[in-house]
Structures are given as structure tokens and as C-alpha cells.
Design a protein around this ligand. Structure first.
Ligand code: PEP
Length: 262
């Protein structure tokens, strides 16, 4: 059997935790996680922009802490007249390693198209960081049987013009929109089926080697109760966690899913 890719478990804090709260959360998380966890799993936290400098210095002060710093979004340009936006170059300077791109909330509330997502994926690479590109269907699309068509399109458009070696190093997060923040989770079989399809589309776009290497996270109401089963699926290489990542105890349990009961 082929060796599975090292999982990446990422905490997307969305617009929660000010910078004082963020410091406490990462200190507690660093205390709860240890060398065995980092050997088994890569971990990232994605605080709001205003917390990033505080989280960066807090992580730097923690001994033997390998939690990577992430952002939730960035602009595609390096600088310019883009009031209110954040440059990927600024994130690199703050030791940000991963940037979430095209989260469904950005697509829905801030009208980010597949083309914008693609431009951001490339900008993140240009600045030496790793994109976590989100894809996923609405409840209406799932019920209409168009999940595959929607996700196929998002993957093809999102990866257009991205070099195969970059695709190999990036992360794609499959997040069924109806499962985000709702407490509803896709069954592990349904999540696996879409993640396998994403890998097959990636093979068509970027080749078999890139598809074998790309990490595909599942996101949508991941919690300690369902993490182990989801992570056991062949094409699921981690989790993008929203609500449950706000509490360091809950998030640590998800990172340590291998110790959870079956
Ligand atoms: C998310 O924010 O990407 C997410 C999956 O949220 P939740 O875990 O709360 O469903």
C-alpha cells in the first residue's frame, strides 16, 4: 500500500480572538502539543491579521514548538492602491507559512471567483508560502447532484497555470459548504469520494506525481468525535478546522486524533 502523505491540521479562527486572546490560545496549544505530535502531523493556526505579529512572537518564544503560522486570505498584488487589503509580501515577513485561499466565506461574501482564487494561489507561491485552496459545494448543489461538476471546475480553474511541482507542494481543502459551522459533517465515505475525485482531477491538470503528493484536507464541523474516522480515509490528508480550533483543548485533541478511541 502506498505511504500516506503527512497530514496537515489547520485551525481557521475566522474573525474570532483578539490579539490578547490569541496569545493565550497559542501558549496553551504549544503546551498541549509535543514532539510526537509534530512527528505525526503538521499543524497550522490561522488567526485574524491583527493577531499575526503577536502570534508570531509567541510561537518564537515557545520551546520545541512546531506550530506553523497561517493567514486566512491575502491580496494577489504585492503593493498598491488597494485600501484595506494585505499583501502576501507582508505575510512572508511575518513568517507566515500557509495562506487559506478561496474559503467559501470569501467566495460568498466577498465575491471571489475561481479566477481570483487562481491569482491568489500564484501570488502565495510567488512569496514563498503554501496556499490552502478551498473548494466545495452548497447543499443545493449536492442535492441537485452537481457536486462533482462544481468541485471539478473549482480545482481546474484554481490550478490553471500553476506548475506541477507547486501543485505537489500545496494543499487543497475540500469543504462542503453545508457542513461548515453547522455541526453537520459529510460521512467519511462521501468526503473520501470527493477527495479522491479532487486527486483524479489534479492528476489530469498537473500529472500523476503532483496528484500523488498534493495534500487534501477535509473541512466542515471537524471535531474530536469525528476526526479519527475522517483522517483514516485514503485520500484525506488532514483537516481544516473552524469552530473547534478556537478552543486549544479541542484543537489539540483533533491534532492528536490517533490517540482518540475508534
Ligand atoms: C472552516 O472554517 O473552514 C470550517 C470548516 O469551519 P467549521 O469547522 O466550524 O465547520
Amino acid at each position: 500500500m502506498a505511504t500516506k502523505r503527512k497530514p496537515l491540521i489547520s485551525g481557521n479562527w475566522k474573525m474570532h480572538h483578539n490579539h490578547f486572546e490569541a496569545i493565550q490560545v497559542v501558549q496553551k496549544l504549544a503546551y498541549l502539543l509535543g514532539g510526537e505530535d509534530y512527528d505525526a502531523v503538521d499543524v497550522s493556526v490561522h488567526p485574524p491579521f491583527t493577531d499575526i505579529r503577536s502570534v508570531q512572537t509567541t510561537l518564537f518564544d515557545q520551546k520545541k514548538c512546531e506550530i506553523a503560522l497561517g493567514a486566512q486570505n491575502c491580496h494577489w498584488e504585492e503593493k498598491g492602491a488597494f485600501t484595506g487589503e494585505v499583501s502576501p509580501a507582508f505575510l512572508t515577513k511575518l513568517d507566515v507559512a500557509y495562506v487559506i485561499v478561496g474559503h467559501s466565506e470569501r467566495r460568498e461574501y466577498f465575491f471571489e471567483s475561481n479566477e481570483i482564487v487562481n491569482t491568489k494561489v500564484k501570488a502565495v507561491f510567488t512569496h514563498g508560502m503554501t496556499p490552502i485552496m478551498c473548494v466545495g459545494e452548497t447543499l443545493e448543489e449536492r442535492e441537485a447532484g452537481t457536486t462533482e461538476a462544481k468541485v471539478d471546475n473549482q480545482v481546474r480553474d484554481g490550478l490553471a497555470g500553476v506548475k506541477p511541482d507547486q501543485v505537489a507542494s500545496m494543499v487543497i481543502a475540500y469543504e462542503p459548504i453545508w457542513a461548515i459551522g453547522t455541526g453537520k459533517t459529510a460521512t467519511s465515505e462521501d468526503a473520501q469520494a470527493v477527495c479522491a475525485m479532487i486527486r483524479a482531477v489534479t492528476a489530469e491538470v498537473a500529472g500523476a506525481d503532483a496528484a500523488a503528493a498534493v495534500r487534501i484536507q477535509y473541512g466542515g464541523s471537524v471535531k474530536p468525535a469525528n476526526a479519527k474516522e475522517l483522517m483514516g480515509m485514503a485520500d484525506i490528508d488532514g483537516a481544516l478546522v473552524g469552530g473547534a480550533s478556537l478552543d486549544p483543548d479541542e484543537f489539540a485533541k483533533i491534532v492528536q486524533y490517533r490517540n482518540l478511541p475508534d
